[in-house]
Ligand binder design. Structure first.
Ligand code: FAD
Ligand code: EPU
Length: 305
């Protein structure tokens, strides 16, 4: 890391947990990726914003990882600083009316269960998404005809100088699997969600029906990063891969799922290189079939030395 301050000193000064040469395979649901030179685990939004400020001041442009459920990390690992939000998994805090302040590390399945228990609707669509809130907002994760943009009032961002900036969501901030957070390279430390009251039993029933649908259509017991490509505006990529007979296509330990054609699964000892080779093959075949390049949904991290 090109900083004047020693990362260990920085972490100690801020009271943040730091790991050196930490395997990215442990932080990603696909379970591939070599070591990250430095991984910081801030425990609160305030700590995360302060850490981000110090890193920026030192000329570092940290990568961010949440649930690691949409990332293919390189076999060689990455140099520099990574901020992981996993330790910021704090209980949502009521801030008036239907509004709840949540930290970026809030695990989405846990948030959905919490909301159900407290008779708050809005998150049940996302119960099976193994993300954290920051990553879910960055990707505007969606399922069952809903998405995170619909329930988010304000995004809490690291301002860059150590403080937290509150940004009220405006038109154009979010689109299908895309947001201003990626476009502007922002770091989300939390959000204020709008979760109206509802009957816990009604919420539970909706969650259960979404869960059953997902269990029937996605390889949930396998290691994956969810859908590899965003759908075409007029066509499901999974259905197309299926139609083209590409399920089961395998390179090394990486394979196109036989359950859902837009999922690549790690059959055990897959390396990132295997996953990338399968992605390339799928992309070629999709272009051949449609004449259009599919847009990547998963993010491929490249080595940075
Ligand atoms: P990560 O994978 O950690 O990161 C994704 C991107 O967000 C990276 O660019 C990262 O740098 C950035 N990021 C992470 N945290 C922050 C932050 N705090 N601030 C700024 N940037 C940040 N996706 C859907 O949309 N719908 C689904 O139904 C769905 N189902 C899935 C099912 C399975 C079994 C799996 C494995 C994945 C699924 N996904 C789904 C994909 C994935 O869960 C989503 O893309 C999710 O939004 C990623 O969140 P994450 O916290 O894991 O982010
Ligand atoms: N289909 C097939 N074969 C397959 C996969 C799908 O024929 O292998 C058919 C299905 O039978 C259905 C249609 O294709 O008729 C659509 O499939 P599905 O309902 O599974 O939806 P999808 O478009 O493939 C999207 C999201 C998922 C989200 C589901 C449910 C994208 C890229 N994917 O999948 O999100 O969970 O809808 O709402 O938008 C993700 O983004 O990572 C993700 C998993």
């Amino acid at each position: 890391m090109m900083t004047a301050l020693d990362p260990r000193q920085m972490a100690a000064d801020l009271g943040v947990r730091l790991e050196a040469e930490y395997p990215l395979a442990r932080l990603t649901t696909l379970r591939v990726g070599g070591p990250a030179e430095w991984v910081f685990f801030p425990a609160t939004p305030e700590q995360a914003a302060a850490l981000h400020g110090v890193l920026r001041e030192q000329g570092s442009d940290p990568r961010v990882i949440g649930g690691g459920s949409n990332i293919v990390a390189p076999d060689a690992g990455v140099r520099g600083a990574v901020i992981c939000t996993a330790a910021m998994n704090l209980p949502p805090e009521a801030v008036g009316g239907e509004r709840f302040r949540c930290a970026a590390g809030q695990a989405i399945p846990g948030l959905a269960r919490w909301a159900c228990r407290h008779g708050r609707r809005g998150v049940e669509f996302a119960e099976g998404i193994p993300a954290q809130l920051g990553g879910a907002l960055r990707m505007n994760a969606g399922a069952n005809e809903s998405c995170f943009a619909e329930i988010t009032e304000t995004v809490l961002l690291a301002a860059g100088d150590g403080r937290i900036e509150e940004r009220r969501v405006a038109a154009g901030d979010f689109a299908y699997r895309e947001s201003f957070i990626g476009r502007e390279g922002r770091f989300v430390v939390g959000a204020i969600l709008r979760l109206p009251e509802d009957e816990p039993e009604a919420i539970r029933r909706r969650m259960l029906s979404f869960r059953r649908r997902r269990q029937a259509t996605q390889p949930l017991t396998e290691r994956s990063a969810g859908c590899v490509f965003a759908n075409y505006p007029d066509q499901s990529v999974g259905a197309l891969v299926d139609e083209l007979g590409l399920k089961g296509l395998r390179v090394g330990g990486a394979e196109v799922s036989s359950v859902h054609g837009n999922f690549i699964i790690n059959r055990g000892e897959a390396r990132a290189a295997d996953v990338l080779a399968v992605i390339d093959r799928l992309r070629e075949e999709l272009i051949r079939a449609t004449g259009r390049a599919p847009r990547m949904e998963v993010e491929i991290w490249r080595e940075r030395r």
